[in-house]
Design a protein around this ligand. Structure first.
Ligand SMILES: [Cu+2]
Length: 253
């Protein structure tokens, strides 16, 4: 069992109620052997059919320290479409891995708060894998999760630049929202699964999942605004399977 302690810089200890209490525990597991000579990949693109809604500038008025970090007002990130491809879709293997156990990475997934924006906006992480929140801004943020599953919610303040804090999810959850209560526009989403076979679509809508053992799989694609899509794929030994997804704006009644 590996543990990490999350602590704030000296001098902030008095403010940091609970410092040291947020202990990260990574259970040790007997992982199912993976034959690396047989694994393959699934890749594809996430298409967006129809007219993409225009991205609106985020109103930072009244938050000078936030707006100073941007030459132009940052754009809302809830729907990002480039040339008919949708960014920030969490794609993961939903079915087909039953009975397999996977090691839990000790390296954290990093989520920065910079210019009062979460970077990245959508991230994938394994159950129990550490998630490292950073504050690169010289102002107060708090990090407030809204898990729908059995993971205990977290809500902590990060008052100055350079603070960091590790958290973890103890159960799977697709699209767990994290927000800042100080800056209402700040939100990020986490896809939490109990295996390493996930990806987030890039700016060109592509995704790629590697080192997957051969088998028949159901993949799900999740987007914060447009919900989910599913697809099935058969992966041969050392194969390269393709699976595309398509989202569209809801049709009006
Ligand atoms: Cu904030």
């Amino acid at each position: 069992m590996k543990t990490f302690r999350s602590c704030w810089p000296l001098g902030l200890l008095i403010l940091a109620a609970g410092c040291g209490s947020a202990e990260i525990v990574i259970p040790e597991r007997q992982a199912t052997p993976l034959d690396l000579t047989k694994v393959g990949s699934v890749s594809g693109k996430v298409q967006f059919a129809g007219e993409a809604p225009p991205r609106q500038p985020i109103r930072l008025r009244g938050y000078a320290a936030c707006s100073r970090a941007h030459e132009e007002p940052p754009l809302d990130e809830s729907v990002i479409v480039n040339d008919g491809r949708l960014k920030n879709v969490f794609v993961y293997v939903q079915k087909g891995l039953e009975g397999r156990v996977f090691p839990i990475p000790e390296d954290p997934v990093v989520m920065d708060q910079k210019g009062c924006i979460y970077t990245p906006h959508v991230a994938g992480v394994q159950v129990y894998q550490p998630i490292l929140f950073l504050n690169s801004d010289s102002l107060l943020h708090n990090v407030h999760s809204e898990p729908k599953g059995t993971t205990r919610p977290f809500n902590f303040a990060m008052p100055v630049a350079g603070t960091e804090r590790r958290v973890q999810f103890t159960s799977e959850e697709i699209g767990a929202r994290v927000k800042c209560d100080v800056h209402g526009w700040m939100s990020a989403y986490l896809g939490v699964v109990d295996h390493p076979y996930f990806a987030v679509s890039a700016g060109d809508g592509t995704y790629r999942i590697e080192n997957l053992p051969p088998g028949e799989y159901t993949l799900e694609a999740w987007h914060e605004t447009y919900g989910t899509r599913k697809g099935t794929v058969t992966l041969e030994e050392k194969g390269s399977a393709r699976l595309d997804f398509e989202f569209a704006p809801p049709t009006s009644p």
